[in-house]
Design a protein around this ligand. Structure first.
Ligand code: ADP
Length: 189
């Protein structure tokens, strides 16, 4: 299974992605998590990425694409993967297609978690208080939501036209949302 999960910042992608990936026995590949791990470890990639992340901007495609290409080439991705936070730009869609096509593969399903923006802002403000993420301040949250609407939401139309997009209501109890996703993926609990 080669899956993507999409949705605005705060939609709950990371939480749901972890459950889905564990149940399916495939790696959960979150570009945000990989960037944050590099920031914590003080790697060159982390130093470069944090300049953008802390402002809520996207890390340049050249940096992100190379990182994802490398990650997807690892053996644990052979049975499939769940990508979270990538692609975020039209160029990244093209890059992901190229990576997959070079091995004769395609994406199976793109899961869009839909949420109302007011609910999302409330969640992100709460997460800021709990986890202290550098990009969870109000101004930066607003910028991340704006970039999502401008740059990333249009990608959904591409996947819809390919007939692989499924929309899942992301509001409500975490377990209920997981249940909705498993139902459309045909996963037995
Ligand atoms: P969010 O909660 O905003 O969805 P993520 O944890 O997915 O956050 O990503 C955090 C930050 O990491 C983004 O705001 C961006 O700076 C950077 N980032 C993550 N994925 C990508 C990507 N595919 N392209 C460019 N930048 C990315």
């Amino acid at each position: 299974m080669r899956l993507l999960i999409m949705g605005p910042p705060g939609a709950g992608k990371g939480t749901q992605a972890a459950f889905i990936a564990r149940s399916l026995g495939i790696p959960h590949i979150s570009t945000g998590d990989i960037f944050r791990a590099n920031v914590t470890q003080g790697t060159q990639l982390g130093i470069e990425a944090s300049r953008y992340m802390d402002a809520g901007e996207y890390v340049p495609d050249s940096v992100t694409n190379a990182m994802v290409r490398d990650r997807l080439s690892q053996d644990d991705c052979n049975p499939g993967f769940l990508l979270d936070g990538y692609p975020r730009t039209p160029e990244q869609v093209g890059e992901l297609d190229a990576i997959l096509h070079s091995d004769g593969h395609n994406l199976d399903t793109v899961i869009e978690l839909t949420v109302e923006i007011d609910a999302v802002v409330a969640r992100l403000v709460k997460r800021a208080q709990e986890q202290g993420r550098a990009d969870d301040t109000e101004d930066v949250i607003r910028r991340r939501l704006e970039l999502y609407a401008d740059q990333t939401a249009p990608l959904l139309a591409i996947y819809r036209s390919r007939g692989i997009l499924v929309q899942i209501d992301g509001l409500g109890d975490i377990n209920d949302v997981t249940g909705r996703i498993f139902a459309v993926l045909g996963v037995e609990l």
